[in-house]
Design a protein around this ligand. Structure first.
Ligand code: SAM
Ligand code: SF4
Length: 332
C-alpha cells in the first residue's frame, strides 16, 4: 500500500466522492431552485468511478465516503457500492460510508448493510414536515423518517447532520438533539459555507456555532471530548441526553491544519480543498490508458499542490460566494 503526504506533512487517507451532482431535493442553502446540472455525457461511468476509488485505496486511502448531490439517486449506485465493498473485505479500507438526505434509504438500507456499510450520515435540518418542505423545496419528511427506521433496523449507525440556519432552525436545535440522542443517533451541527450562487442571501442564513453552543449551554452540560470520526467535527458529550454532539465550524474555527482528505467529483475532477478553486483533472489520465501509471502520476502531482486551507468569508461586504461551485458538485 502506498501513502500520500501533502506539502504540509498531512497524510491523505480520506476520499470523498460526489457520485452525482443531481438531487431529489433543492435545499435552499445548497442549491438554486433552477439548477443547471452537469451534462450526463461528462459523467464518469460507475466502472470508472470504481477504478478511480481503487487507485486511491491503493495509494493509502482508508476511508471512502460517497456523497453528492444525492448519492442514492445515481442509477445503479448499489453496483458501485457493492464493488467497493471488496476493499473492506481485504482490509485495504477501514470504512465505506455515505452522506445522504435519507429519501431513498427505506429502499436501500438492507443492501447497504449487506455491502459492508456500517455507519451513514443523514442530513436533516428540521423535524417539522412543513418546514422540511420549505427548506428542501419539495422533500417529504415522512419518507426520510421511514428511511431512518429502515436503516436502524438494518443495523446501520446513523449520524444526523443539521445545518444551523439563522431564523429557521435555531430554536429547534435542542429538540433535534433530544430526538437524535433519544434514538441513539449522534448529531453534528454545521455552519453554512459560502459555496455556489443560491437564491437567498447567505448573510441572512449564517449562524455562528459559537453562538449556538453558548445558547445550548444554558440548558445542557456540554463536555469537550477527544472523540474523532476522521472528519472535521469537534465533539462534546451532553450530560442530560447521554448523547454526542459535534460542531463543524469552518467559519468560526478553521480546522484545516488536520485536514486528511481530498474530494472527487462525478466527472473525475479532484479538489484538494473544499474551499479553493484549484483542481486536477483525473478523467483524462484515467481514460488515456488501461494501466494506472498516468493516473498515479496525476494524483501525486495533485496532492503536491494541496493548499494549506480555505478562506471562507460571509459578511455584507462579500456578496459573492468564496467558491463558485455548489456543495453538491464537490460533495459535502
Ligand atoms: N444530498 C446528501 C445530503 O444532503 O446529505 C449529500 C450531499 S450534501 C451537499 C452534504 C451535506 O452538505 C449536507 O449535510 C448538507 O446539509 C451540507 N451542505 C450543503 N450546502 C451547504 C453549505 N452551503 N454550507 C454548509 N453545508 C452545506
Ligand atoms: Fe440535495 Fe443534499 Fe444539497 Fe439538500 S444538501 S439539495 S439533499 S445535495
Amino acid at each position: 500500500m502506498g501513502s500520500m503526504v501533502d506539502p504540509f506533512g498531512r497524510q491523505i487517507e480520506y476520499l470523498r466522492v460526489s457520485v452525482t451532482d443531481r438531487c431529489d431535493f433543492r435545499c435552499t442553502y445548497c442549491m438554486a431552485e433552477d439548477m443547471t446540472f452537469l451534462p450526463k455525457r461528462d459523467l464518469l461511468s460507475l466502472e470508472e468511478l470504481d477504478r478511480l476509488c481503487t487507485a486511491f485505496v491503493e495509494k493509502g486511502v482508508r476511508k471512502l465516503r460517497l456523497t453528492g448531490g444525492e448519492p442514492l439517486v445515481r442509477k445503479n449506485v448499489m453496483h458501485l457500492i457493492r464493488g467497493l465493498g471488496r476493499h473492506l473485505e481485504t482490509g485495504a479500507l477501514d470504512e465505506l460510508t455515505l452522506t445522504t438526505n435519507g429519501s431513498q434509504l427505506a429502499r436501500f438500507a438492507d443492501e447497504l448493510a449487506d455491502c459492508g456499510v456500517r455507519r451513514i450520515n443523514v442530513s436533516l435540518d428540521t423535524l417539522d414536515p412543513e418546514k422540511f418542505r420549505t427548506i428542501t423545496r419539495w422533500g417529504n419528511l415522512a419518507k426520510v423518517n421511514a428511511g431512518l427506521d429502515a436503516a436502524q433496523r438494518a443495523g446501520l449507525k446513523i449520524k444526523i447532520n443539521t445545518v444551523a440556519l439563522k431564523g429557521f432552525n435555531e430554536d429547534e436545535i435542542s429538540d433535534i438533539m433530544r430526538w437524535a440522542h433519544g434514538r441513539s443517533m449522534d448529531l453534528t451541527l454545521i455552519e453554512t459555507m459560502p459555496m455556489g450562487e443560491i437564491d437567498a442571501d447567505r448573510t441572512d442564513q449564517y449562524l455562528p456555532l459559537s453562538l449556538m453552543r453558548a445558547q445550548l449551554e444554558r440548558q445542557f452540560t456540554l463536555t469537550d471530548i477527544p472523540y474523532k470520526t476522521g472528519g472535521p467535527a469537534r465533539y462534546v458529550d451532553v450530560a442530560e441526553t447521554g448523547g454526542r454532539l459535534g460542531f463543524i465550524t469552518p467559519m468560526t474555527h478553521n480546522f484545516c491544519e488536520s485536514c486528511n482528505r481530498v474530494r472527487l467529483t462525478c466527472t473525475g475532477t479532484l479538489y484538494m480543498c473544499l474551499g479553493q478553486e484549484d483542481a486536477a483533472d483525473l478523467r483524462a489520465p484515467l481514460r488515456a490508458s488501461e494501466g494506472d501509471v498516468l493516473l498515479d502520476r496525476a494524483i501525486d502531482e495533485a496532492i503536491s499542490r494541496k493548499p494549506k486551507g480555505h478562506d471562507f468569508i460571509i459578511d455584507r461586504r462579500t456578496s459573492r460566494p468564496s467558491v463558485s461551485r455548489h456543495m453538491s458538485v464537490t460533495g459535502g
